[in-house]
Write a protein that binds this ligand. Structure first.
Ligand code: PLP
Length: 356
């Protein structure tokens, strides 16, 4: 039996993506060769890269608006470094919103490059909400935020309007909800949640913000070099890119981001309603900032944990324990998780009431 996979990432992907990517490993495009043994410069793979880059811009509504999509390696964590390298001027400064562990990781790296202003932080409340009422210095080279805080289960519902370029880590909610993506100048996301397996990072960047830092940037860390090489500056992570293309095609066939957002909202509403109704549970994040991707929740009485854990495991659920910095439970409901899986979890939560 397939598990109801609530893992925070790497995580569930559409079943058809698993099947098609497995087939590509055995015999890619009926070529008699595996995807893993063809040249990345072959016509077939260049077509994969081109389609994937184009489909990203199409799904985000950014075609023809001066953006480039890149599939890089190094994880979202390398973008923590590439962003200041490419965007923070020598003697310049950057503004960051501190909304969780990953935002803090990005801040740590930016500090290596220059003045890093933390404009708002919810650290003192264990990142259980998104800070408000902050202002962004108009002389900052860019503003960096994290749209969805995977560990803490908070999500930015709106983004500040500012003159400075806006950079957003969308690792855990890219392609999950309709946004005006043109309000961002650079978006990045590790593939391993809503897009594909670990091993590639999507970067969507408005070309006009590049080339202004005045820094000598090592080639592999230079967005402009990757753009010039059409995301093939060196050997790209072929399997993660191909699998990402399959997921993007699945999403397009489903009706795109608007269609998946409806499903994501239905899943989140179902689970949060139960968290709020059931006297045995409480949510960990501020209600207004709750993430539709990662729902964090706790038992009111820790003594119920052994029986609850036994029950959800018996129901075929996996990946539910919360991150150690929040405790309790985290239900990650990425795009490919079906509503039925959420219903299974909700049924177990209800059943717990009859057992304790
Ligand atoms: N940013 C966010 C929001 C994340 O959730 C993660 C990982 O879960 C990262 C960054 C780090 O990603 P990577 O492991 O690809 O470096």
């Amino acid at each position: 039996m397939k598990k109801h996979n609530y893992s925070a990432g790497p995580c569930i992907l559409p079943q058809e993506v698993f099947e098609k990517s497995a087939q590509a490993i055995l015999n890619f495009n009926d070529s008699g060769l595996s995807l893993l043994e063809i040249s990345h410069r072959s016509k077939d793979f260049v077509a994969v890269m081109d389609q994937a880059r184009a489909l990203v811009l199409e799904l985000l509504g950014l075609e023809g608006k001066g953006y480039q999509a890149l599939f890089l390696a190094g994880g979202a964590s390398l973008e923590f470094v590439m962003i200041p390298y490419n965007l923070m001027k020598v003697d310049g400064k950057a503004a960051y919103l501190d909304t969780g562990t990953w935002a803090a990781g990005a801040i740590k790296e930016a500090k290596l490059f220059g003045e890093t202003v933390v404009v708002g932080s919810s650290k003192d409340d264990n990142y259980n909400h998104i800070p408000t009422g902050y202002s962004i210095p108009t002389d900052a080279d860019y503003f960096h935020c994290t749209s969805n805080n995977t560990i803490f289960g908070t999500q930015m519902k709106t983004f500040p309007t500012t003159e400075v370029p806006v950079v957003c880590d969308m690792s855990s909610d890219i392609f999950s909800r309709v946004l005006d993506f043109s309000q961002f100048d650079l978006i990045y996301a590790g593939a391993q949640k809503n897009m594909g397996p670990a091993g590639t990072t999507l970067v969507v960047v408005k070309e006009s913000i590049l080339g202004k830092s005045g820094r000598d940037i090592p080639s592999m860390l230079d967005y402009s070099k990757h753009i010039k090489a059409e995301s093939m500056y060196n050997t790209p992570p072929v399997f993660p890119v191909y699998t990402s293309l399959l997921t993007l095609q699945w999403l397009k066939n489903l009706g795109g981001i608007a269609a998946i957002e409806k499903q994501n909202n239905a899943k989140a509403n179902l689970l949060y309603s139960e968290i709020d109704r059931n006297p045995l549970f409480k949510g960990a994040a501020a209600v207004a900032d709750r993430s539709a991707m990662n729902a964090t929740f706790l038992l009111n009485d820790e003594a119920h944990a052994p029986i609850f854990d036994e029950m959800w495991k018996a129901a075929g659920i996996s990946g539910l324990p919360g991150h150690r910095s929040v405790g309790g439970y985290r239900a990650s409901m990425y795009n490919a998780l079906p509503l039925e899986s959420v219903q299974v979890l909700v049924d177990v939560m209800k059943a717990l009431e009859t057992k304790v």
